[in-house]
Design a protein around this ligand. Structure first.
Ligand code: AMP
Ligand code: ZN
Length: 114
């Protein structure tokens, strides 16, 4: 999608610190981390949000969970634990309209979220 910041990260037209890439997804460091480990995992194909996930494209979500698990292991947060977050829509706190999951770790997480 033109003008989508995460599509531009996929294309490489804006820089990112990638920690994972395969044919379907990319994982990169969040530009403004809120935890010692803060990785954003996105499908390469533009999907706006969870509201645009359906039976035709839902496979990407399980793939992203498997990738999150792999990255968590590689970055050394799998034993202590971590959090996977998706923000959907305005009240959900979504600021970038390209489906993404946050992988957060390296500190104790609070509940409930803000
Ligand atoms: P959300 O608020 O759930 O939509 O999350 C968007 C996330 O993308 C935020 O945590 C931002 O810090 C992060 N972000 C925005 N632009 C970039 C970028 N160019 N590179 C890496 N992370 C970014
Ligand atoms: Zn996009």
């Amino acid at each position: 999608m033109m003008n989508c910041i995460f599509c531009k990260i996929v294309e490489g037209t804006i820089p990112s610190q990638k920690v994972y890439e395969d044919e379907k997804v990319v994982g990169f460091k969040d530009i403004s981390p809120v935890a010692p480990v803060h990785i954003i995992i996105i499908p390469k194909h533009h999907i706006e949000s969870v509201m645009e996930v359906d039976e035709n494209n839902a496979d990407i979500v399980s793939h992203i969970i498997l990738v999150a698990k792999k990255i968590a292991k590689e970055l050394g947060i799998s034993e202590k634990g971590f959090r996977i977050v998706n923000n959907c829509g305005k009240e959900g706190g979504q600021t970038v309209p390209h489906l993404h999951f946050h992988l957060l770790g390296g500190r104790d997480m609070q509940w409930p979220p803000g």
